[in-house]
Design a protein around this ligand. Structure first.
Ligand code: CS2
Ligand code: MG
Length: 403
């Protein structure tokens, strides 16, 4: 079998997606996601100018060799743009491989290790009572795991409160990044009060999660972790920016709060200290950023040695294609933790027909050959790309900080 063409389809059914379609001389094609939220066009150029010309004529079944060719062969290894391009190609090659075998992808990854894939969804609000309402509503819908985020009184809406311009389900086209305000000293006392109220309202048999979104220092995160211990959170996510992996030693020394990190990681090397020193409990890498199905398998197998479980990132900017690949990996690996799932707009679902299904807190990969997700190019053509940025954050004195 030979690769005859590779299409890069950019469309915006509510938000921008970059989709790779690898065509072969035997009529089979594979689909992959290569979306980097806010930097989509950089990946398109990388693919069109530096990847596609090198792959025409190659055997698509040689997915490991092509992965190494695109990784080592780039010379300038790693980084979000390069790895999203590799991820999109890799997902498409695994799709072709599983279609050629006439099997759902998870069967090529070891077969089922579980009967269903547990998800968590997001509850948010402008005050604690609104968040409690949201959590109760999701509980009603069958969720066994719920992430809770609350706005900070006196500050404009922040990440995850459902009103921040980045959270809007619709297209948030902005000429420049929206600037949000952050104040750690107003945030730290608020979060334990939120989870005390939540435990009172929903009890103890539901998993509660929280995303700090990269905003604390290790000792601040240690303070928050200790304060949250009585409320038994499933995890505290992205408590500290993770470029300094060894910084998590300070956090780990002070609290038994389970720690999750990794949605922004794009290679196994971003994880080696965190995992091998057991500084974290969940690794959040996702198929579109960490090297596709091949990348996820390498990282999750490494993590399994150190009691670290998977927790693939899965908000709306991770396309249904990447979600499909995540679900197949989630279904097959032993050290599965949880899958984030925010659902998609109707337009997105029209553009990406999916074999995977969601019902009352759990996902199924479906039995279609491949990863089970296609792209309807006619629908995609109705939604042209529209530049949109992620927000940035500043402290109240104007200092640029992590969003
Ligand atoms: C968040 C993401 O879902 C999460 O855990 O961290 O929504 C993140 O803000 C976006 O993926 C950024 O594009
Ligand atoms: Mg996150």
């Amino acid at each position: 079998m030979k690769i005859t063409d590779i299409k890069i389809i950019v469309a915006s059914p509510g938000r921008n997606f970059v989709t790779v379609k690898v065509m072969t001389d035997q009529g089979l094609y594979g689909v992959g996601d290569a979306t980097v939220n806010g930097r989509e066009k950089a990946v398109v150029a990388y693919l069109e100018d530096h990847v596609v010309p090198c792959l025409i004529g190659r055997d698509p079944m040689r997915s490991e060799d092509i992965w190494q060719y695109l990784y080592k062969g780039a010379y300038w290894r790693r980084g979000p743009i390069t790895m999203a391009a590799i991820s999109g190609i890799d997902m498409a090659l695994w799709d072709i491989k599983a279609k050629a075998a006439n099997m759902p992808l998870y069967q090529l990854l070891g077969g089922r290790s579980r009967d269903k894939v547990m998800v968590y969804q997001h509850a948010s609000g402008m005050d604690i009572d609104e968040v409690v309402e949201g959590v109760l509503a999701l509980r009603e819908q069958g969720l066994d795991a719920i992430r809770a985020q609350v706005a900070i009184p006196g500050l404009p809406p922040i990440y995850g409160t459902g009103t921040s311009t980045d959270d809007a389900a619709g297209k948030t086209v902005r000429p420049l990044p929206n600037e949000e305000v952050w104040a750690t000293h107003k945030y730290l006392p608020l979060v334990p009060r939120l989870f005390e109220k939540l435990r009172d309202a929903v009890g103890w048999d539901v998993h509660l999660l929280h995303d700090v979104h990269h905003r604390l220092t290790p000792i601040e995160a240690a303070r928050l972790g200790k304060d949250l211990e009585p409320f038994r959170l499933f995890w505290l996510e992205d408590a500290v920016p993770a470029e300094l992996q060894e910084g998590f030693r300070l956090l780990r020394q002070h609290t038994t709060q389970p720690i999750a990190v990794g949605e922004v990681f794009n290679s196994i090397y971003d994880t080696t200290t965190l995992i091998s020193e057991q500084l974290i409990d969940y690794i959040r890498v996702t198929s579109v950023h960490a090297g596709g199905v091949t990348g996820l398998k390498k990282i999750f197998d490494f993590a399994s040695i150190y009691h670290v479980r998977s927790a693939c990132h899965g908000p709306m900017d991770v396309s249904p294609v990447a979600m499909g690949c995540n679900i197949h990996v989630d279904t097959a690996i032993n050290n599965f933790g949880i899958q984030e799932f925010s659902g998609y707009t109707e337009a997105t679902r029209d553009m990406f027909p999916c074999a995977w299904t969601y019902e009352r807190g759990y996902l199924q990969p479906g039995e279609a050959p491949g990863h089970g997700v296609d792209i309807d190019e006619a629908v995609a053509a109705k939604y042209p790309y529209a530049q949109a940025y992620l927000p940035v954050a500043r402290l109240e004195d104007g200092t640029l900080t992590s969003w």
